[in-house]
Design a protein around this ligand. Structure first.
Ligand code: AAT
Length: 289
């Protein structure tokens, strides 16, 4: 029974002196897999959420911002994308958004930890509900780097790196070798979207600059865009956009995207262009890489 004298908190250290806490109304499930610790919780404001090794991954309240921005920005840049690879994303949020495009032919999802997906299917139907019934979705449970290494050239039009931050099992997805392999398996008009971390706290800034430098060495067009997500450190996060041919602002296909008629909660055609206008301090961080 609820006791007004007691709160059960989920807390993430956003840096050495800043903490973010959510009051847990019910701890739902915890387990340790060969890859990571997984926890699911219920809360009042953020609804159900899950963490990996204690780090926030998805909450019911704000997942739309992340999943809209990882998916619709590349789709509105090249609306002819047909073959998609998602690396990570076992919660299903990214494949849910991508599968809303009727003309997408195939979505390969490569998740290292099958338990993440199984548990999301059980506890988080908001993101995982479509997985069992989507015929275009092909699931692979293995390391993303390993998967791309073994694919033939030009296998995909779009790669979405929906992975954890560059610690633990996500580390290999922030290497030059991985970006080279992505370049190789992308078609000539291919696009890669990846985590660019947050420009705010020291740990993320370091990783963001490292990742940016490596991608610039591999892809001819490299841009960064921002979005707000309340439950990731500082709430101010970035994605990287890398491509062989298309620039996301110059080649933005407003009318073609609007013609899809998709209703989105975060993304819209104004956000698409505005997201690439970065604050001066972020531009300066990126320029120095
Ligand atoms: N849709 C937002 C959710 C995530 S979860 C990221 C997923 O990436 C996890 O399920 C994790 O198991 C998987 N993953 C980690 N490393 C690899 C790898 N090497 N190969 C394949 N899958 C992997 C993203 C949250 C982003 C958090 C940003 N702060």
């Amino acid at each position: 029974m609820e006791n007004p004298l007691v709160d059960i908190l989920y807390t993430q250290n956003w840096d050495s002196s800043t903490k973010f806490s959510i009051k847990v109304t019910k701890p739902l499930h915890s387990e340790v897999t060969p890859y990571q610790r997984i926890d699911f919780f219920d809360s009042e404001t953020y609804g159900r959420f899950f963490t990996l090794d204690g780090l926030m991954m998805v909450t019911q309240k704000d997942e739309f911002a992340y999943h809209d921005m990882i998916t619709h920005v590349p789709m509105a840049t090249n609306p002819d994308i047909k073959r998609v690879l998602i690396i990570g994303g076992g919660d299903g949020g990214t494949s849910r958004e991508i599968c809303r495009y009727k003309h997408i032919e195939s979505v390969d999802l490569v998740e290292i930890d099958e338990r993440v997906m199984q548990l999301c299917q059980e506890y988080l139907p908001q993101t995982a509900g479509h997985i069992a019934k989507e015929p275009r979705l092909h699931l692979h449970f293995e390391d993303g780097l390993n998967y791309v290494k073994n694919k033939p050239d030009a296998s995909f039009d779009l790669i979405l790196v929906d992975s954890t931050d560059p610690i633990g099992s996500g580390e290999g997805l922030f290497t030059t070798e991985f970006y080279r392999q992505c370049f190789r398996v992308l078609s000539d008009d291919g696009i890669l979207i990846n985590q660019h971390e947050s420009p705010y706290y020291q740990f993320h800034v370091k990783e963001m600059r490292k990742a940016h430098r490596k991608i610039k060495d591999v892809f001819p067009i490299v841009r960064v865009y921002q979005y707000n997500i309340a439950t990731y450190p500082s709430g101010h996060w970035l994605f990287g956009f890398a491509s062989k041919k298309y620039d996301p602002v110059r080649d933005h296909q407003v009318e073609r995207w609007e013609a899809f008629g998709l209703k989105t909660m975060y993304y819209n055609s104004q956000i698409h262009e505005g997201a690439f206008a970065l604050p001066t301090f972020v531009n300066e961080m990126l320029a120095g890489t």
